[in-house]
Write a protein that binds this ligand. Structure first.
Ligand code: PLP
Length: 440
């Protein structure tokens, strides 16, 4: 019944994750609670990194920190020798606070503000992934003002859109991100960047989608980018050092998902890049990738306490938990599917089908429809699997619900890495309408 890679059941019939009894964790730290299996994150990171090393290809594996950013998480990424993607000043600030090596930080985004670009220049981060002409201008002005040079990648949209099980070739991609590769846009951007005394163009970047289960899309994108690089090498003597193929490697949320091992994605990408560079007489570039979800997604789970239940005979049984779209907005946002178990009753037979309702004031706040479970009791602990990516990072205070705590577990040892928000935290930015006499 527990198909999850790093989960097990102990003698009490409790779910064990990362070597810890999750029912005990719920007791100690309260619910809702995010729990991460640190060994699994390390394994995934090594799966990507070691494959490049084994095949002798220079690479950077950058953790896309938008999936889950916190000081402890970024320290863990650094321990594993990963680079880091940030997409805002807030994520950059977190990286700086975590003492992340600045030269390994890459800054993404389709509308980086002047303040954000200045911050990136001041911290002298590894590179800025330039997205559009406005940014290209702005960045040069800021470099001039600060008398600084900066490494850049140009983000291009290759007209390859990868989805979970297939990919779509589009002539001109309809995306808010990047310079279009098929029209002259990306070439114009390259010319501008090459002319600039402030910008050092390392190469090209693309990101073709997310939750991708096959390699065709990555290979097609690599081929398209390398073909352009070869053209531009002739025309502009542009020697690209870096080919960045983005993230989007899939994970298994439910039994319907069938992802590849990290090593498989990397092996096939390397094979294609090697083949194309030979064919096109290019020198082999460094390959950069940017996994987010696949590093932390199934390494995280959320624990909830089961509360009220509503049985509508012949229709459905609702089982409510003490969280919901405030800590996991993905089902409401894009109909994401999850699996879950009653963590304190792992050996009890499945007897019912329930639908897991959140506690927010929204009919759409439903975490899971039609989940088979043992007959649930109030105060049982529900464990929802694979909430490690875009869970905490998208958590919010809707209904003024405090954001949960986050625990790292390794070798059975638990460590609090993000404190639970307090009610005081919820009002700390609020100002009263009238200033009372005492405070004036
Ligand atoms: C979101 C994003 C990623 C990570 O995507 P995952 O699906 O989490 O692997 C990587 N690169 C860029 C540019 C992104 O926007």
């Amino acid at each position: 019944m527990v198909e999850h890679a790093s989960a097990a059941i102990n003698e009490k019939g409790h779910l064990v994750f990362g070597g810890a009894d999750v029912v005990e964790l719920a007791k100690t730290y309260g619910t809702p609670l995010y729990v991460y299996d640190v060994a699994m994150i390390r394994n995934r990171a090594r799966g990507f990194k070691n494959t490049f090393e084994r095949l002798g290809v220079k690479a950077q594996v950058a953790y896309a920190s938008k999936a889950f950013s916190s000081i402890a998480m970024l320290q863990l990424a650094d321990q594993e020798g990963l680079s880091l993607d940030v997409v805002s000043a807030g994520e950059l600030y977190t990286a700086i606070k975590a003492d992340f090596p600045r030269e390994k930080i890459h800054f993404h985004g389709n509308n980086k503000s002047e303040e954000e670009l200045e911050m990136a220049l001041d911290y002298e981060i590894g590179c800025i992934v330039v997205d559009n002409f406005y940014e290209l201008e702005l960045l040069q002005q800021l470099c001039k003002k600060k008398d600084k040079q900066v490494n850049v990648l140009l983000r291009v949209t290759p007209g390859v859109e990868a989805h979970t099980h297939d990919y779509i070739l589009t002539g001109q991609e309809d995306s808010k991100f990047g310079f279009d590769l098929n029209s002259g846009q990306s070439e114009d951007a390259l010319k501008m960047a090459l002319c600039s005394p402030y910008l050092n163009v390392l190469g090209l970047h693309c990101h073709i989608g997310s939750q991708i289960f096959e390699t065709t899309g990555f290979k097609l994108a690599a081929k398209k980018l390398l073909t352009k690089m070869a053209e531009w090498k002739e025309k502009y003597q542009f020697q690209p050092e870096v080919l960045n193929l983005g993230g989007g490697f899939g994970i298994r949320y439910t039994s319907e998902d069938d992802p590849l091992e990290p090593s498989r994605y990397v092996e096939e990408i390397i094979h294609e890049v090697k083949q194309q560079t030979e064919l096109l007489h290019l020198t082999m570039p460094e390959i950069w990738i940017e996994p987010g979800r696949s590093l932390v997604g199934d390494a995280g789970m959320t624990l909830y306490t089961i509360g009220s239940m509503k049985d509508i005979p012949e229709v459905r049984k609702y089982m409510a938990i003490d969280g919901g779209m405030s800590d996991n907005i993905r089902p409401a946002l894009y109909d994401a599917k999850y699996e879950a178990v009653i963590a304190n009753r792992m050996n009890d037979p499945v007897e019912e089908t329930v639908s897991v309702a959140g506690k927010c004031c929204e009919s759409g706040d439903m975490l899971i429809w039609d989940l088979p479970v043992p007959k649930p009791n109030h105060k049982d602990i529900l464990a929802v699997f694979c909430t490690g990516a875009y869970g905490y990072s998208m958590a919010n205070n809707y209904n003024r619900i405090p954001r949960p705590a986050v625990i790292f577990v390794e070798n059975g040892e638990a460590r609090l890495v993000i404190k639970r928000e307090s009610y005081e935290d919820l009002v700390k930015l609020d100002l009263p309408l009238t200033v009372s006499v005492e405070n004036a």
